[in-house]
Design a protein. Structure first.
Length: 95
């Protein structure tokens, strides 16, 4: 199953309602599970990003989840496809 790393920052709206962040995550997790996306970990952070999220699931489901989340207006995200060491070895075998 594909793995994704998402880096998120609160928008002004998300920051104004910061106390709701854990509840918003619970709703996000439910929406993710309904689409077949597994939340592997979530971390609220200090520094350049406010949240780091690791997920697994079909790319199409991840895109649908990202669009639904963006429409709520609380965070902006950057998502990267992540590869395991075994996947990297497979890619390198053809180089």
């Amino acid at each position: 199953m594909p793995t994704f790393v998402t880096l998120a920052n609160f928008t002004d709206q998300g920051a104004r309602n910061i106390k709701e962040s854990p509840n918003r995550f619970d709703a996000f997790k439910s929406a993710a599970e309904a689409l077949g996306v597994t939340i592997k970990s979530v971390h609220w952070c200090q520094g350049a990003y406010d949240i780091v999220l690791i997920t697994e699931g079909p790319e199409e489901a991840g895109m649908t989840l990202a669009l639904k989340t963006a429409a709520l207006g609380n965070i902006r995200t950057q998502t990267m496809h992540a590869y395991s060491a075994a996947e990297m070895r497979k890619f390198l075998a053809t180089v």
